[in-house]
Design a protein around this ligand. Structure first.
Ligand code: TUI
Length: 315
């Protein structure tokens, strides 16, 4: 059945699923694996520069003929030059996070790049729809990394009611039940980060992946609140120290930011699971084995179909 707001048609993909734009983690290899599996893979620009992003786009093009996107983390000082690269390279899709991308929408659209900002509130969703975006990701606080306040359950239906563009649900979705629930809330697709962190093709350092696979339901905490950019991570020594620092009244923001600096890279690249920031969502407890991205996607949608049929009741 073709639904109104079918994002498969809009983005030329087989399954309505986007990979999360995980900084340092989401590089060409993972993005191509997700796209080859029928979803929309993403390269994360994170805090990298424009040259890195161009190189990754070209690499992904060697690995897949299917569409993929780039996630732009708007707090990156290089964001503007990265947007220029996306226009020059005419990537299929740009997603954005951690800010308001309004001022870039016209240029991206003119270059034929579809724009999908990630939002954590209805207010920003409404403003961005007016600026001409193609779709929105409504990301709940269950997500890993930088998060807003509202849960996926509360955010998705409120954003879906407030806008006409397709809404893609994110946060806490890692299996068929989550996919089915997201559609019931009014979403036209899902964005998945944490489960793809455990994909075979994901080149995150193995100790980080192992921690994720061992995590239980209550193994994430939120660090970084004093900076105004709360970040959900797996509990470890780093998280414990971060929370202890946050409780110190004498702590200067500068000292705290220095403490946080480089900790994601340490986790993803060096596999430092003690001092690194192990970003992951609350659904980590559900992710228990490494699997190829294509298998993850197939399993999630087969699961969504069966759980929907099994649980469809008549009221
Ligand atoms: O961006 C994300 N997740 C991220 S970004 C990231 S890198 C980072 N590391 C440390 C500190 C900060 C960033 C790791 N994970 N998700 C999308 C997202 N966007 N979540 C929340 C938001 C958001 C929040 C506020 C979007 C817009 C916003 O307000 C914009 C405005 O100016 O009104």
């Amino acid at each position: 059945m073709i639904m109104k707001n079918d994002i498969r048609e809009m983005f030329g993909i087989e399954y309505p699923i986007l990979q999360g734009g995980m900084a340092w983690v989401a590089e060409a290899n993972l993005a191509a694996a997700v796209s080859n599996g029928g979803g929309l893979g993403l390269i994360a620009a994170g805090n990298a520069d424009a040259d890195y992003v161009r190189e990754q786009i070209r690499k992904a093009r060697e690995l897949t003929d299917r569409p993929f996107g780039v996630n732009v983390m708007l707090m990156n000082p290089a964001a503007e030059s990265i947007i220029r690269v996306l226009c020059e390279e005419q990537v299929a899709v740009a997603t954005t996070g951690a800010g308001n991308p309004s001022k870039y929408v016209t240029d991206l659209k003119a270059a034929g790049v579809k724009v999908i900002p990630v939002v954590a509130s209805v207010a920003l969703a409404i403003r961005l729809e007016r600026s001409g975006v193609d779709a929105l990701v409504a990301e709940g606080t269950e997500s890993g990394g930088h998060i807003g306040e509202l849960t996926t359950m509360a955010l998705v239906p409120q954003v879906a009611d407030a806008v006409d563009v397709p809404v893609i649900a994110a946060g806490g979705i890692a299996d068929g039940r989550g996919v089915a629930a997201a559609f019931m809330l009014g979403a036209s697709g899902v964005q998945v980060g944490t489960r793809f962190l455990a994909a075979t093709e994901c080149r995150v350092a193995q100790p980080y992946k192992d921690r994720l696979l061992k995590a239980k339901d209550s193994d994430t905490v939120v660090t970084g609140r004093p900076t105004g950019h709360p970040v959900r991570v797996l509990k470890n020594k780093f998280a414990k120290e971060a929370l202890a620092l946050e409780r110190q009244e004498s702590l200067s923001l500068e000292d705290y930011e220095n403490f946080l600096s480089g900790t994601l890279r340490a986790a993803v690249v060096d596999g430092d699971v003690e001092h690194g920031s192990l970003m992951a969502g609350q659904i980590a407890g559900l992710v228990q084995r490494e699997q190829p991205a294509a298998e993850i996607i197939r399993e999630m949608f087969t699961g969504a179909g069966s759980v929907y049929r099994e649980r469809a009741l008549e009221w």
